[in-house]
Design a binder for this molecule. Structure first.
Ligand SMILES: Nc1nc2c(ncn2[C@@H]2O[C@H](COP(=O)(O)OP(=O)(O)OP(=O)(O)O)[C@@H](O)[C@H]2O)c(=O)[nH]1
Ligand SMILES: [Mg+2]
Length: 198
């Protein structure tokens, strides 16, 4: 996989031209979005911080994987301190417009903390996304920090969220499953190891 940082856009107006299919990464502040970007790309491409709210810009990264290109969009974390019903208030009207109108987003990846799987704010975000998602868009839930769970707790979480994926950025677990899932969603199901041209 090849990854190239393209741009930090301080506002939506400065977003890059929508020339590629995009995968938008969202999640609460401190959930591990930047860490995920780093483990996913195997590069120190995003700043990791113990202070929530570190990433305030929209960062665009060009990814080339298995000969195909897409753009990863790292969005600012939402609602660390308070649980708010209104995404618009906490997160900015501009971002709302971006998410609703950016036609080339094909996949929203919602990162959630495996230790706090049922936060209102996360459920609200899912509801919010589903309220305007088009038929050609998908939502993928990825739980982070699974290294903090006991085996039994992780098993329960997997049972409760059978369609979600589970990663540890710290231990680099589950990352390849996410990569494969992204490729599958963007380009359709295929298995590069089982070519039939014999
Ligand atoms: N144990 C554990 N810690 C993690 C994991 N992923 C991230 N962290 C830690 O969680 C903290 C926040 O990580 P970031 O990647 O900066 O989180 P973020 O979502 O980008 O945060 P903002 O930019 O503030 O929105 C850091 O201290 C990371 O080291 C993980 O999988 N396991
Ligand atoms: Mg960050």
């Amino acid at each position: 996989m090849k990854v190239k940082f393209i741009k930090s856009a301080p506002t939506i107006k400065e977003a890059i031209e929508p020339n590629f299919v995009e995968v938008a990464l969202l999640g609460r502040s401190n959930v591990g979005k930047s860490s995920f970007l780093n483990t996913f790309t195997n590069q120190k491409i995003a700043k990791v911080s113990q202070t929530p709210g570190k990433t305030k810009l929209i960062n665009f990264f060009e990814v080339e994987d298995e000969g195909k290109k897409y753009v990863l969009v790292d969005l600012p974390g939402f609602g660390y301190a308070k649980v708010s019903k209104s995404m618009l208030k906490d997160w900015g009207k501009n971002l709302d417009e971006f998410l609703k109108n950016r036609f080339n987003i094909k996949l929203f990846i919602h990162l959630r903390d495996a230790r706090h799987p049922d936060l209102d704010i996360d459920n609200n975000v899912d509801e919010y996304l589903k309220s305007f998602m088009r038929k050609d868009q998908q939502l993928l839930t990825v739980f982070t920090k699974i290294d903090k769970l006991k085996q039994s707790e992780l098993a329960k979480l997997k049972q409760k969220y059978p369609n979600a994926l589970f990663v540890s950025n710290l231990k680099k677990r589950g990352i390849d499953q996410v990569r494969k899932k992204i490729n599958e969603i963007l380009w359709g199901e295929y298995d590069k190891d089982s070519k039939t041209d014999s």
